[in-house]
Design a protein around this ligand. Structure first.
Ligand SMILES: *Cc1c(COP(=O)(O)O)cnc(C)c1O
Length: 400
């Protein structure tokens, strides 16, 4: 029985433990790390056949590596994608997915609420190569429709978006992309692969920073691009081979083991985030809590339609200026200040002065990023301890 037959119809939890495993002649239970840059051949004819694609087998770890293949296969099974390809970082995934298929004269439409570095790539880098981008309010389907031109090749968004958890109607944008003959790419980091399946909603390409929940313990960087086989064959395969944004086999192994516990972690982190959001919403120091799982999220209906949970992140608007917001953050003992997210440790970030510091004040205002805006990434600590930490810090910060 082939591996694919044995795995057909299994639940994601099972696929994430058994899927994609390649065993060496030693029969190891845990996946092996193949820290090898190259491969040797039986003879010169074998080398020739592998290079021409006439024979199966690895040729060089920039092209492929068994540990990286295991991670890629498991990601593809999880995502329900034809193919998943690993990259060194999430940003390598964003940049490669875009650059592999775009050329001078093409046009991109993107939702303006996104990860700071992705915004740099789309807003500053692509135009230098003759690929202009139109940034829009991704919540509004009419703006997507209005921004599409004859030469639009890619529609790009995050949902929920960093940092204020705005949602994009993915099926709605997918339909616009289809009509325009453009590719629809979704950065699915904030939803995690457990809670949202953009490919099922009509997206063509799904992008991950595996650094976040896929690793889940803050150990290493990684990225993944998931799509149908045609996109990989036509655009991505040669781009990755020749430009080399390759994932290290060691990181692939860490991330592969991360996938085994992803469903458990995301379930717990989502439950904790929902509890923290509800508790914070009752506090007088908080002007507003933004959480897709709450009924008061302005796009809660979209969350219900396309996500199976509110996600592990919460955004807060404190009734506070920068100084009082910093006092609150500095008073936290358990929740650590970090721009990272998706860790087992709960983390808090101040987007205006870190992840989005590069934006002008006007651009920050447009995104609703104020001096009192913070982003909270729920970890795996006991939620009662996190609430006690927030309670203590809010008291000490003397916000109101
Ligand atoms: C972290 C992140 C990225 C970039 O990933 P790296 O692994 O840090 O390169 C891209 N998009 C989103 C939404 C992220 O959170």
């Amino acid at each position: 029985m082939s591996d694919a037959d044995a795995l057909a119809g299994l639940h994601p939890d099972t696929l994430l433990i058994q899927g994609g495993t390649l065993r060496s002649q030693f029969g190891e239970t845990s996946e092996a790390i193949f820290l090898s840059s190259g491969y040797v051949y039986e003879n010169a004819e074998d080398a020739e056949a592998r290079f021409s694609g006439g024979a199966e087998g690895y040729v060089y770890s920039r092209f492929g590596n068994p540990t990286v293949t295991m991670f890629e296969t498991r990601m593809a099974l999880l995502e329900g994608a034809g193919v998943a390809r690993a990259t060194a970082t999430g940003m390598a995934a964003v940049t490669s997915a875009l650059l592999c298929c775009l050329k001078a004269g093409d046009h991109v439409v993107a939702s303006r609420a996104m990860f700071g570095a992705s915004r740099y790539v789309i807003e500053d880098l692509l135009p230098r190569f003759g690929i202009p981008a139109t940034l829009i309010d991704g919540r509004d389907l009419a703006q997507w429709r209005g921004a599409v031109r004859g030469n639009t090749r890619v529609l790009f968004c995050e949902s929920p978006a960093n940092p204020l958890l705005e949602l994009v109607d993915l099926a709605g944008v997918a339909a616009i992309a289809k009509q325009a003959g453009a590719l629809f790419m979704v950065d699915n980091v904030f939803a995690t692969p457990m809670l949202q399946k953009p490919l099922r909603l009509g997206a063509d390409v799904v992008i991950y920073s595996a650094t976040k929940h896929i690793d889940g313990q803050g150990r290493c960087l990684g990225g993944a691009i998931c799509s149908g086989a045609a996109f990989v064959e036509k655009y991505l395969k040669d781009f990755l081979r020749m430009t080399g944004p390759t994932m290290s086999p060691f990181n692939a192994w860490v991330l592969l083991k991360g996938l085994e516990t992803l469903p458990l972690r995301v379930e717990r982190q989502t439950a904790t985030a929902a509890r923290l959001a509800d508790w914070l919403a009752e506090r007088p120091e908080i002007e507003g809590v933004v959480y897709p799982g709450r009924r008061d999220h302005p796009q809660h209906d979209i969350a219900v339609r396309q996500m199976t949970g509110g996600g592990p992140l919460v955004a807060l608007r404190l009734r506070a200026d920068k100084a009082a917001t910093f006092r609150f953050m500095n008073a936290l003992r358990l929740i650590k200040i970090s721009n990272n997210l998706g860790d087992a440790k709960s983390l808090i970030a101040h987007p205006a002065t870190t992840t989005h510091y590069r934006l002008t004040d006007a651009a920050k205002a447009e995104l609703g990023i104020t001096a009192g805006t913070v982003r909270l990434s729920a970890g795996l600590e006991h939620p009662d301890d996190l609430i006690a930490d927030l309670n203590r810090a809010l008291g000490l910060a003397q916000i109101i």
